[in-house]
Each structure stands twice: as structure tokens, then as C-alpha cells.
Design a protein around this ligand. Structure first.
Ligand SMILES: [Zn+2]
Length: 412
């Protein structure tokens, strides 16, 4: 059940706390940073709660000091993924939003400004965490999501499993691993804890900065398996994974897994997608029925959920498809649909972009390049657009972005 959109409503009924984050406040400085706590860039940290009476909200406030948790999470992520020299400094705000919703949590940017991140955390999920796990699970989920606010993703081409693995690696290093996590030997990019343990092994073998180096390697370039050769000084990923399995006895000695090996893959994918952080209440790890997701290939399949409403006959760009004036109500509806277009990967990126541009020409020819870039990113990457835009698109022109898209997705 892929989370299909980054467009979350931005209007909230309540703003229950808006704790400004004084980066210079030594009194509030996190305890986790042995170096120069004041030198990390801490964005403004915000909290929004949509239902303070929800059981999950009550559990949350009974256990959680939001300011400290968010602040520590930022510091913890920066320390694990960056140095003072490499840490991003453009983030302006991170908003934790507690609301009733399916799934566990997801992270997005805002439509208009990706320097403002939003972490959505399900009150329903919090509500059903056993009491003795509430605090730790909240810390863990927030730490995981906080990673998504900061990590690179190779212009959206990094395997989803790697992205999720890095997030859980950071969570693990912070000491927030849930009790059911264990090493698994199915695929290195199965994501989440499976990949996190593998990354931890790589750190023990190639240095504690290994995950930092991996993250930085995902800053500008497109992902290729060559990454692992570079990181390890010459060893391909297959060998590394094999070594890991040998080191921890994870080779399939037909140790019959009682459960579905697909289990770990659920929720693979995209940065902002709902996490498959396991349901704490029952230790039986019931397999959710929605595990329709597949692990992403490399480069990631552009996810695709656009509604059939955008499909239409008529050639792309043909002038008779949208025969209405720009200011009519119909035009507004069509604009909304334009904003919800998703690349399906069926007709090729070039053709898709032609359609995309034809719509813009018809509907809003004066649209700025910045807006066009945002729309195009969104339509190709859906929920992953946030990080992807941040890491790859902001600095390029619309034209450059378009060419990069055509190249990256020419085989879809
Ligand atoms: Zn995640």
C-alpha cells in the first residue's frame, strides 16, 4: 500500500507546542555530542498534534519530552552521518506531526520549500504499543524518521533498502533497536534491520566512518554497485554480503525460516514511505496484508500511482485536449490533476515529460522553472521527492533536470 503522495494537508487544527530550538543554548545541549554541540546546525523544531485526546497522544505526552527527543535525534543523526564539515546547514524546520493515520510514520518535505521537513507519526500506532515499550519505540521511530530528513539518496536512485537500512542503522547505533530485530541473511538490500546489521558489520571491517562515507557517496552521484567497491577498497557487494553471512553464520543451512522471506521487504521503498517498523504489540510479526511492495531495482522504479483520471486519448501536447481557458473552474481541476501526475514508466520518460510540459503550456504557461522542477520531481519520485529534490534538483535548472530525468528513466 504504497504511500502515494507527498501532498499532505498543511492545515492543522492545533499547534500544541512550538518550541524554538536555540542552537546556542548550552543548557539544552544534547548529551550525546562529545565534540562541539553548538556547531551543529539545528533547525527549528516544531510539534503539531491533531488530537490531544487520542490514546496515542496521551501515551506520547506521558513518556516523551518532545524538545529533547527531537533535538537529540537531530544531533544523533548528524553525528552518525556527517562531520561538522559535511553536515547540511540548509534545513530550516522539522515538524513532528502526531495524527491518526494508517501505518507508522513517514517523512516529507513541504511542497514549496524542501528545507521544511515534516515527520508524520501515527497516533493509532503509538496507542497500541505496549506500555513498557512506548518510550523506546517512540524514540526509535523518531530517530529513524529523522534520518530521512537529512540523508542523501543518490538523486533518488539509491536502493530503497539501503535508505531504510541507513535509517535503522542510525536508530540501532542510538540504542533504540526493538527487541525483535535480528540479523537476517536474505538480501543485503532487504532494508531496515537486515541492512542495518550489515552496515554495522561494514563499519567494524572498514572503519566507523563507513556509513558516513556511504551517505556522502549518495550526495551527488547516481547509485551504482561500484559504490561498494569504493567503500571497501575493492570488494564488490556480493562478496561483502557473502562475507557477512559467513561471519554471522547466516548462510541458508536450510534453516527453514518459518515465515515468509518477503516479510522483511515490506515497506521497502521510498524515503517517505510508511515504515514497516514491526508492530510491537504482538511478537508474532503478523504479515500485513498489504505487502504488495517489491524491493526497488536500481535505479528505483518510479513509483506510480497516478490515477486513471490523467489518462486520456489524444496525442501529447495536442492543442485540442484541454480546450478551456486558464481561469475556469475546470482549469483549476485540471491543474490539480497536473500536480498529481505520476510517471508510470510505461511510455518512456521523454514522452511523459512531453505530456507534462504540454499540460503546463496549456494550463499555466507562466509557471516558474522552480515550480516546474518541483512538479516534475514529485511526479517522478512521489514520496521520495523530498530528499531527492534537496540533494539533486535544487541547484540545477529545469532544463538540466529534465535531461537528467530522461536519461535516468530512459529504459522505463
Ligand atoms: Zn524509513
Amino acid at each position: 500500500m504504497a504511500a502515494t503522495t507527498t501532498r499532505q494537508p498543511s492545515l492543522f487544527a492545533q499547534v500544541s507546542a512550538v518550541p524554538p530550538q536555540p542552537a546556542s543554548s548550552t543548557a539544552e545541549a544534547p548529551t550525546s555530542n562529545p565534540h562541539h554541540p553548538k556547531q551543529w546546525h539545528i533547525p527549528r523544531l516544531l510539534l503539531k498534534v491533531r488530537d490531544v485526546s487520542h490514546e496515542g497522544a496521551i501515551k506520547y505526552f506521558n513518556t516523551t519530552n518532545t524538545q529533547k527527543v527531537l533535538h537529540d535525534a537531530v544531533i544523533g543523526v548528524l553525528e552518525t552521518l556527517y562531520t561538522h564539515e559535511t553536515a547540511p546547514t540548509t534545513q530550516r524546520s522539522i515538524t513532528l506531526i502526531l495524527q491518526s493515520m494508517d501505518g507508522v510514520a513517514n517523512t516529507t518535505g513541504s511542497d514549496l520549500d524542501n528545507d521544511h521537513k515534516k515527520i508524520y507519526f501515527s497516533l493509532d500506532y503509538i496507542g497500541q504499543i505496549p506500555d513498557d515499550r512506548v518510550q523506546s519505540e517512540i524514540l526509535g521511530v523518531i530517530r529513524h524518521e529523522m534520518v530521512h530528513c537529512w540523508q542523501y539518496d543518490a538523486c533518488g536512485t539509491a536502493p530503497g533498502g539501503l535508505i531504510e537500512g541507513i535509517s535503522d542503522f542510525v536508530r540501532m547505533k542510538a540504542g533504540f533497536s526493538p527487541p525483535h530485530w535480528k540479523r537476517r541473511g536474505d538480501n543485503w538490500d532487504a532494508g531496515y534491520a537486515t541492512t542495518a546489521y550489515f552496515l554495522d558489520y561494514l563499519c567494524s571491517r572498514f572503519g566507523n566512518d563507513t556509513v558516513k562515507r556511504i551517505n556522502l557517496a549518495l550526495k551527488h552521484s547516481t547509485y551504482t554497485p561500484e559504490l561498494w567497491v569504493t567503500i571497501s577498497g575493492g570488494i564488490p557487494i556480493e562478496k561483502l554480503w557473502d562475507d557477512y553471512k559467513t561471519a554471522f553464520n547466516l548462510h541458508p543451512t536450510p534453516a527453514p525460516e518459518p515465515s515468509d522471506p518477503e516479510k522483511e521487504k515490506e515497506g521497502y521503498a521510498v524515503v517517505a514511505q510508511e515504515e514497516a517498523i514491526p508492530p510491537p504489540p504482538s511478537k508474532t510479526e503478523p504479515k500485513p496484508p498489504q505487502s504488495i511492495e517489491k524491493p526497488l531495482p536500481i535505479p528505483p522504479t518510479p513509483i506510480v500511482t497516478y490515477g486513471s483520471s490523467m489518462r486520456r486519448s489524444g496525442s501529447p501536447g495536442s492543442g485540442d485536449v484541454w480546450p478551456f481557458a486558464a481561469n475556469t473552474p475546470v482549469a483549476h481541476i485540471m491543474l490539480d490533476r497536473l500536480k498529481n501526475m505520476r510517471f508510470e514508466g510505461k511510455s518512456g520518460a521523454t514522452r511523459y515529460i512531453l505530456e507534462f510540459e504540454a499540460l503546463i503550456d496549456r494550463l499555466q504557461p507562466e509557471m516558474s522553472d522552480v515550480d516546474k522542477k518541483l512538479l516534475l520531481c514529485t511526479s517522478f519520485h512521489g514520496p521520495t521527492m523530498v530528499n531527492w529534490y534537496e540533494t539533486s534538483c535544487r541547484a540545477v535548472t529545469y532544463h538540466q533536470l529534465k535531461e537528467a530525468m530522461q536519461e535516468a528513466f530512459k529504459n522505463y
